[in-house]
Design a protein around this ligand. Sequence first.
Ligand code: CA
Length: 236
Amino acid sequence: MGFYALLIQKSQESCSGIYQRPAKRDFFYEAICDFTQKDWLPFFQQWGIAVSTNLAARMAAQYPMMRQKVWEYNPITQTGGDAPYYIPLTRTGWTITASTEETAQESGAATNLLDGSLTTYWHSRWSSNAGAPPHVLTVDMKTAQSILGVQIAQRPNGATGTSRPVKNVRVEISENGTTWTEVAGSPFTLQNAQGLQNLVLPSFVTARYFRLTIPTTADVYGGDNLAALSEVNAIR
Ligand SMILES: [Ca+2]
């Protein structure tokens, strides 16, 4: 039986009393997850179709995530949709600290890394006491999270450029903010390009904190002491 036939059958059997749109959306979400044995939350998020938090948590626990960008598939050319997709975490309540940040001569505070805007950025301190790397950014997610990596964006400059772009970054995780473990694959090399970049781990890890270290001057493009980034998040 194909998916649409199953959907119709199941809705007739168990869904005849449904009249509220949220319930219909949840029904469709759960049905496609059950049919494919995958969690289709990314698809619904990309289409702007809200589903209930409780159901999303249940599907996430029950099925592996639908990782392909199926919403990019073009049925006319029968191409696209193959790229992997990762969900950025919701950063509400998160805090971040930096070993260095410029707040005297520009708005380069590390908190700009958590605001969802690619145009606001963290900048290492330069107005006085400009230090050389290592530069360290420590994120507190407030509760233990199961994550599959880190998402970072360089500070953009103009239409396509970057400013003080970071080349290599060490990624460590911690349960208590004191004892740190470097993740598999670290250090990661970032692209010198605009937009969000995913640093993907080979498997999920659980941690409350993660920190990024730019170890040396050679780990900044151009061999600069100064560095900047515009966004930091974790992904799952
Ligand atoms: Ca930002």
